[in-house]
Write a protein that binds this ligand. Structure first.
Ligand code: ADP
Ligand code: MG
Length: 244
């Protein structure tokens, strides 16, 4: 599947105006806080309406101002995971995951539930409540809930940034497994350069509401060092743009 996003939105003084395309790949949207990354995901998911533009997934039009098309979030078949897993505290892991399959026929729900539990190895904790499991496990439950309906696209808004470094590494492997099994495009928002570099097939760099680069991580973050300076260019690039 390929996704084309060309959207414009004004929010007070902030102006988001981006155009980019991705194929069936893991694309990272990388940029400083306030550059418009989360707004972009909200508009792709259909939670927020752009002022104008077009969003298409292959030949399916999700949004088109000129043709007056605005698909609902449900019609878009998109899975979404946020920084905080936002699980229902009073429900078990099982109920939380099944919630993602609300509206499916019972037989489908049961089959899909079994599939995601096996895929994500969550069987041992299915009777527990969110307060009884770790941060990494909570995030895996949030992924299972987002994927149980077999979406065409997965949106991830800084899902690992609250986890400590070791768990984050495990979650990166977990995300690679998801890509291998589900074979759907993934858009990951992050401001962590290591995360972007180690996971991305493509990096789209945001600055102040604009998509200023799109390319392979090796192209976007050049790790060559300048002869007179030991600092990799990627860091000088980031310092100069206020990432740190
Ligand atoms: P980030 O790249 O950190 O995810 P966001 O996409 O959340 O940034 O926000 C980009 C900018 O959009 C913010 O700096 C702010 O100016 C504006 N913005 C976001 N949400 C709102 C809102 N609900 N009301 C007004 N302005 C907003
Ligand atoms: Mg954000």
């Amino acid at each position: 599947m390929s996704l084309t996003v060309q959207i414009e939105k004004k929010y007070g003084n902030f102006h988001l105006d981006v155009f980019w395309e991705i194929g069936n790949e893991l694309a990272v949207i990388f940029g400083p806080s306030g550059s418009g990354k989360s707004l972009t995901l909200h508009m792709i998911a259909g939670l927020l309406k752009p002022d104008s533009g077009i969003i298409t997934a292959d030949d399916r039009i999700l949004y088109d101002t000129n043709r007056g098309i605005l698909r609902t979030p449900q019609e878009r078949r998109i899975g979404y995971v946020f920084q905080s897993p936002a699980l229902f505290p009073h429900m078990t892991v099982r109920k939380n995951i099944e919630y993602g399959a609300t509206g499916l026929a019972t037989a489908d729900r049961v089959r899909r539930y079994k599939e995601v539990m096996e895929l994500f190895q969550l069987q041992d904790i299915e009777a527990k409540r969110p307060t009884e499991i770790s941060g990494g496990q909570k995030q895996r439950v949030a992924f299972a809930r987002a994927l149980i309906r077999k979406p065409d696209l997965l949106l991830l808004d800084e899902p690992f940034s609250a986890l400590d470094m070791q768990i984050r590494g495990e979650m990166w492997d977990f995300l690679r497994d998801i890509r291998r099994f589900m074979k759907i495009p993934v858009i990951l928002v992050t401001h962590d350069v290591y995360e972007a570099y180690s996971l991305a097939d493509r990096v789209i760099v945001y600055e102040n509401g604009c998509a200023v680069h799109s390319g392979r991580p090796q192209e976007v973050f050049s790790f060559q060092t300048m002869p007179e300076c030991e600092t990799p260019l990627v860091f000088s690039y980031m310092f100069s743009r206020g990432f740190y």
